[in-house]
Ligand binder design. Structure first.
Ligand SMILES: [Zn+2]
Length: 118
């Protein structure tokens, strides 16, 4: 799986992979997924919707609900709901799903520990 959404080659730590984000005023700050080195500011309109991220998460997990639940526990996932209980598409909630996406991605591509191999 190498279908990145915001791929970055870090000039500082040489990490090649998906980016991390944080909210900075009305923009999103894009950073290296490993060392947090600043990449650029991104218009939040260019960030995928919660619906898109949910699809992506499902895809990279191979439809593995258990793995997604494990990832949610790992990152203390706390989804934001609207008053009518639909899933919020706010920037804060998008970033929750981005964190989940990164964790599911990490768990999905984690190498098998050779000590546990037969
Ligand atoms: Zn880096």
């Amino acid at each position: 799986m190498s279908d990145f959404i915001f791929h970055n080659d870090c000039h500082k730590c040489r990490y090649s992979g998906e980016s991390r984000f944080s909210i900075s005023g009305t923009h999103l700050k894009q950073m290296c997924g490993k060392c947090g080195f600043y990449i650029k500011f991104l218009d939040h309109k260019l960030f995928p919707s919660v619906a898109d991220l949910r699809l992506k998460i499902w895809g990279i997990s191979g439809g593995n609900k258990e793995l997604i639940e494990m990832a949610k526990v790992d990152i203390s996932f706390a989804e934001i709901r609207n008053n009518d209980t639909s899933i919020s598409n706010s920037l804060t909630n998008k970033l929750q799903y981005w964190k989940l996406y990164l964790k599911v991605r990490e768990l999905s591509i984690a190498p098998i520990n050779p000590d546990n191999a037969l």
